[in-house]
Design a protein around this ligand. Structure first.
Ligand code: FRU
Length: 506
């Protein structure tokens, strides 16, 4: 689905290129990590990202760039902000400076402004520091100029990074707000500015909840609960590495209120400080798998839609994943919303769907009893959307096997006694490249009216599971054999029903 072709693309096809995703963004060549500068402008979504233009491993950090009109078909653009002898360009955000508050553009042609972390190299007088800098574009993101007055915010810190900026409209007028991290201190620091150039400290949040690793890539935005504009909450995203719920990298979130200066969380678990497993499961997690990190949201999207993208990888093993000339993919974009369920406000996530409803050639099973055992499906796919609804009844477990064959399988299993959904990739194919890779991720998922609804996106090296219409998600990489395309549904114990199963492939 990638529309770009380059003179090098023939070279890029190697034995391991069978892992190249069909509907997840990858750079044509070389390394990528965090999504950066997610911004919408005039019909185009811009995805900038941490990128090494010179090799398939982390280094030479620069902002790569891709554009899309539908969040699914991406076209790679030239590197937007390259590193140089003075600085690496670490993560950050981008805003449309509509009223030209920076003066970088004109009222008739206001700028796009990138706010990024300058990670100063040995060649710089600021070597060893991280501070926040600006670059701007007057041609809708095609070319970028660094601001002469960089850095614009320097705390003389070695771990001050990942600025996310948004426009805040308060009773007393509007201003820019930046959330960034003091990563090692596990703190989110908030600043305000009228022009993105001079910044005033507002407040500091944290440490709180999960603190077993550095805090990185924060985000802060307001969402209505069940679509009601009179009933809103603010969502503070804090990515953490390591110390995530499934091990290694993950994204946690806090719900609360932001008054223009201070974020106050209603979901901070304050009693007891130990990070035991039970306590970790009380926190809000964006995803319960191992491969959804550095997730942040787009700015300037019309109609108040809040769309996030995560880096589909984990720092535990990101540099060893067995792909070819490219390394790492982005998650599917997810629209996030808030809903009240069981008296609690919960985050709901829905992927931007690469499979139009009208797609022909699908496979469907209607309602039926599921006897104990494995029911192989006559459908095969490495790239598909699967919708399954189970009524587990008195069974011990129900679930699906995907990417099965050649002695491999990835298992999505609901355990009735525990009320837990699991994603098991221990036998999913190539798992030996890192000891942390063979894993089982679990998340508590209450049945709704006795039913479990799953939407699963399979791509060539990933499984993304959305349970109960996106109230819980689990994302994991898998590296199966090319021939491992079989699927099955199963039950352990008697009494389960399959309500429906739909498979759509590419
Ligand atoms: C998160 C991160 C950021 C940093 C960037 C460097 O994955 O460590 O904190 O800005 O990656 O590539």
């Amino acid at each position: 689905m990638k529309t770009i072709t380059t003179a090098n693309s023939a070279l890029a096809v190697s034995a391991t290129d069978r892992f190249r995703p069909a509907f997840h963004y990858t750079a044509e060549r070389n390394w990528l990590n965090d999504p950066n500068g997610l911004v919408y402008l005039n019909g185009t979504y811009h995805l900038f990202y941490q990128h090494n233009p010179f090799g398939p491993d982390w280094g030479n950090m620069s902002w790569g760039h891709a554009t899309s009109r539908d969040l699914l078909h991406w076209e790679e653009q030239p590197v937007a902000i390259p590193c140089d002898g003075q600085e690496a360009i670490f993560s950050g955000s981008a805003v449309f400076d509509e009223h030209n508050t920076t003066g970088f553009g004109t009222p008739a042609n206001p700028p796009l402004v990138a706010i990024y972390t300058s990670a100063y190299s040995d060649g710089s007088p600021l070597a060893g520091r991280q501070a926040q800098s600006l670059a701007y574009s007057l041609d809708e993101g095609s070319t970028w100029t660094k601001y002469q007055g960089n850095p614009v915010l320097d705390r003389a810190s070695a771990d001050f990074r990942d600025p996310k900026v948004f426009w805040y409209d308060g009773d007393a007028g509007g201003y820019w707000v930046m959330v960034a991290v003091e990563a090692v201190q596990r703190q989110v620091v908030l600043y305000k500015s009228a022009d993105l150039k001079s910044w005033e400290h507002l407040s500091t949040f944290g440490p709180a909840n999960a603190t077993g690793g550095v805090w990185e890539c924060p985000d802060l935005f307001e969402l209505p609960v069940d679509g009601n504009p009179q009933d809103t909450q603010w969502v503070l995203i804090v990515n953490i590495n390591p110390g995530g719920i499934a091990g290694g990298s993950a994204g946690q979130y806090f719900l609360g209120q932001f008054d223009g200066a201070t974020f106050r969380s209603g979901t901070t678990v304050t009693e007891g400080l130990q990070q035991d497993d039970g306590r970790m499961r009380e926190y809000g997690w964006l995803d319960w798998g191992r491969d959804y990190y550095a997730a942040v949201s787009f700015s300037n999207v019309p109609d108040g839609r809040r769309i996030m993208i995560g880096w589909m990888n984990n720092w535990d093993y990101a540099r060893e994943t067995p792909t070819g000339a490219w390394r790492s993919a982005m998650s599917l974009p997810r629209e996030v919303s808030l809903t009240r369920a069981d008296g609690k406000v919960r985050l709901r996530q829905e992927a931007v769907d690469p499979f139009p409803e009208s797609q022909p050639g699908g496979f469907r099973l209607g309602p039926r009893a599921l006897a104990a055992g494995v029911l192989e499906l006559p459908a095969h796919a490495a790239v598909a959307r699967i919708d399954a609804e189970f009524e587990p009844g008195t069974a011990e477990s129900v679930g699906l096997m995907v990417r099965a064959g050649a002695g491999e399988r990835t298992i999505i299993r609901y355990d009735l006694a525990r009320g837990q959904l699991g994603l098991d990739r221990r036998e999913s194919g190539h798992v030996g490249f890192h000891e942390a890779f063979p894993s089982v991720e679990t998340v508590a998922v209450p049945l709704q009216d006795g039913r479990l609804r799953l939407r699963i996106y399979l791509d060539r090296c990933s499984v993304e599971v959305f349970a109960q219409d996106g109230l819980a998600t689990v994302t994991d990489l898998v590296f199966p054999a090319g021939a491992a395309t079989a699927m099955a549904v199963f039950a352990e114990g008697e009494g389960a029903h399959l309500v429906s199963l739909d498979v759509v492939g590419l």
